[in-house]
Design a protein around this ligand. Structure first.
Ligand SMILES: Cc1cc2nc3c(=O)[nH]c(=O)nc-3n(C[C@H](O)[C@H](O)[C@H](O)COP(=O)(O)OP(=O)(O)OC[C@H]3O[C@@H](n4cnc5c(N)ncnc54)[C@H](O)[C@@H]3O)c2cc1C
Length: 74
């Protein structure tokens, strides 16, 4: 079996790359060393700039919106 692309790592970067490659018609193999779903520390935040990279609606997953935030001690 052959693939156009092999992506190593199914984190946000690898999964996003694989998504966009597949959307453009490439066959993609993702190699992930961890058992999925892997433990993934996350605060649950997504920048609007990141959301623009995707062609699907993030709205159903949005619980709250912030226009500004401050990092304690900064
Ligand atoms: C506590 C915490 C909270 C966070 N909260 C947020 C947030 O709210 N919003 C946000 O946008 N970001 C958040 N981040 C940052 C976010 O987690 C990282 O920016 C993101 O995970 C980076 O994605 P990545 O795909 O580059 O790397 P990773 O997420 O590290 O993914 C890499 C993947 O590659 C796999 N891998 C590694 N080596 C190999 C190998 N040799 N073979 C096969 N697979 C391999 C790993 O198992 C992993 O699944 C948070 C981070 C932390 C620590």
């Amino acid at each position: 079996m052959t693939f156009d692309c092999i992506v190593v790592g199914a984190g946000p970067a690898g999964a996003t790359a694989a998504y966009h490659l597949a959307k453009r018609g490439r066959s993609v193999l993702i190699l992930e060393k961890a058992a999925l779903p892997r433990y993934k520390p996350c605060a649950g935040g997504v920048s609007p700039a990141i959301a623009e990279w995707f062609d699907f609606d993030f709205t159903p997953a949005i619980a709250a919106r912030w226009r500004t935030f401050a990092i304690p001690g900064s």
